[in-house]
Design a protein around this ligand. Structure first.
Ligand code: HPA
Ligand code: ZN
Length: 339
């Protein structure tokens, strides 16, 4: 099974690059920049990575970013991630970043992008990965701050496929960002938004209707609204589901209670992703393998997730067809039948 999953061609559509900050890397960069962290040992960091909900995670997540100061920090972080992704069968990755979380600390977007894009270029060349960036607006901040971040990202537009919306969901509804996403669309970018992770199903509807979202990140709470489920199936709206994240942030009590299997079998365009793997206990490979083990997904269902991830990506038509063909051939060789 491990070999089958590693070889399964898939797209990573829900990965916050700042969420790949491993405890070891955090301690090492804190030492490099002489930053006093409240943890001294690896064990202390790991102990702090116990969360009760989204906000309890975000508090630690923004603290961790303090150690990302210069371009080499961003480069090394991303390069370590791309190497892991390539080993886990990721053929295409659309990577989230949180520009406002760096700008607000006095780290320029030029520093962030110099590091990240250096790693992206290297991964495209040496690992043959297809990669695009998705800067996200922090929804706990105001719309002017989002618009400022959008403008600061424009010099890097060649590597940006879409803009996203993340951070504290409850109390920060999609309608807060209507102007920002109208501008995003006017500039020709695609739109994907976190919705229905902790927030109600209406945040999913409003993301689609008010922000022009084409894809929904998480979206698991759609299951509470039958009409919405029907719409998501009918319109084949991609849902980027992150089982280990949902477990860590107590969206569901246990992985065995996770609805990913139900979502796949209902015909939703759902797929498995990682969110913040350094904090939630695993990258895309571990998300797939634990779903196999604990949600008892079959090889057909795992391959369906991989196909949905490619279909749900923002790749152009030709690249999508090329990857889907690669997946089809792989499934054939493994005697896995897809509908
Ligand atoms: N939800 C909202 N914001 C985030 C997340 C998440 O899962 N990860 C990083 N920022
Ligand atoms: Zn996320």
């Amino acid at each position: 099974m491990a070999d089958f999953l590693a070889g399964l061609p898939k797209a990573e559509l829900h990965l916050h690059i700042e969420g790949t900050l491993e405890p070891q890397f955090l301690l090492e960069r804190a030492r490099k920049h002489q930053i006093q962290l409240k943890y001294l040992s690896l064990e202390e960091v790991q102990k702090a990575y116990q969360f009760s909900n989204l906000q309890s995670f975000l508090d630690i997540y923004y603290l961790g970013m303090e150690v990302l100061r210069d371009a080499s920090d961003f480069h090394d972080l991303a390069w370590a991630y791309f190497q892991k992704a390539a080993l886990q069968g990721v053929a295409h990755a659309e990577i989230f970043l949180d520009p406002q979380a760096h700008i607000s600390r006095g780290i320029s977007i030029a520093t962030v992008m110099e590091g990240l894009l250096g790693a992206v270029a290297r991964a495209r060349k040496e690992l043959h990965l297809s990669i695009m960036l998705i800067p996200c607006f922090l929804r706990h901040l105001d719309e002017d701050s989002a618009l400022d971040a959008l403008h600061q990202c424009l010099p890097y537009r060649e590597n940006i496929v879409a803009f996203g919306l993340d951070s504290s969901e409850l109390g920060n509804p999609p309608r807060k960002f209507q102007k920002a996403f109208a501008k995003v669309r006017e500039l020709g970018f695609r739109v994907t938004t976190h919705a229905g992770e902790e927030g109600p199903p209406s945040y999913i509807c409003d993301s689609l209707d008010l922000l022009g979202a084409e894809r929904i990140d998480h979206g698991v709470r759609c299951l509470e609204d039958h009409q919405l489920v029907e719409r998501l199936i009918r319109q084949q709206i991609p849902l980027t589901v992150c089982p280990l994240s949902n477990k860590a942030l107590k969206v569901f009590p246990d992985l065995s209670k996770h609805p990913i299997r139900k979502m796949l079998n209902l015909g939703l365009l759902a797929s498995i992703h990682s969110d913040d793997p350094a904090y939630f206990g695993g990258y895309i490979g571990e998300n797939y393998s634990q779903c196999e083990g604990l949600v008892q997904l079959t090889r057909e269902e795992l391959a369906l997730s991989a196909r949905n991830s490619i279909r749900g990506s923002f790749l152009g038509k030709e690249e999508k067809s090329r990857l889907l063909e690669k997946l089809r051939r792989y499934c054939e060789s493994q005697q896995v039948r897809l509908p």
